[in-house]
Design a protein around this ligand. Structure first.
Ligand code: GAR
Length: 199
């Protein structure tokens, strides 16, 4: 294991298109990082299919596999430490990261959110619900945010944001597609910035 290569774990719950974008960008931009683990709360998901294709280890971790929440968070922490994970990237992970993991990885967990935080964030604001709320509020722009994860939903320090327009006639689905394309560039940019030691 080269000292200057940051070992990354990507946490996903679904399609994993942000995972793909990050994986591609790490190779294309020759970033000093490697995705060595994909964690998901769902045993069957697009993210795991992609991980298997690329030879990235997959790990299904769900509270239901354990007798208590404490055992679940300890198992998650052990899995990250055992693999020498330096940074965790949440990429469409629809669960709250346990507090013990957030504490152990302070300022080393990133999340991508499909709106311009602090607006349209918090518990229950995820996926298509975010875009439905943005349109219902009559916003003229939305966008994507990459932020550090702390113990409160979507409240950690913002690293990067980029806007996209909300167009007349947009549906939550059409807006989601525009925002997702923005995320695919923004998340690698934020990772690159963090690896370069920029604030
Ligand atoms: C992305 O839009 C991501 O921002 C969002 O889920 C989608 C996952 O897509 N995440 C959240 O809403 C978390 N609060 P992907 O699986 O194709 O990367």
């Amino acid at each position: 294991m080269a000292d200057n290569i940051t070992r990354l774990a990507v946490f996903c719950s679904g399609t994993g298109s942000n995972f793909r974008a990050l994986h591609e960008a790490i190779h294309e931009r020759e970033l000093p990082a490697e995705i060595v683990l994909c964690v998901s709360n769902r045993p069957q998901c697009g993210a795991f299919e992609f991980a298997e294709e690329k030879g990235v280890e997959t790990l299904h971790l769900s509270e239901r596999q354990f007798g208590s929440f404490e055992e679940f968070e300890e198992a998650m922490l052990r899995a990250l430490k055992a693999r020498g994970i330096g940074l965790v990237l949440l990429a469409g992970y629809m669960r709250k990261v346990p507090d013990a993991v957030v504490a152990a990885y302070a300022d080393r967990i990133l999340n991508v959110h499909p709106a311009l935080l602090p607006k349209f964030g918090g518990e229950g604001m995820y996926g298509i619900r975010v875009h439905t709320a943005v349109i219902a509020a009559g916003e003229s722009e939305s966008g994507a945010t990459v932020h550090l994860v702390n113990k409160e939903y979507d409240k950690g320090r913002i690293l990067l944001q980029r806007t996209v327009p909300v167009l007349p006639g947009d549906t939550p689905e059409s807006l989601a597609g525009r925002v997702l394309a923005c995320e695919h560039l923004l998340y690698p940019d934020a990772l690159e910035q963090l690896l370069a030691g920029e604030p």
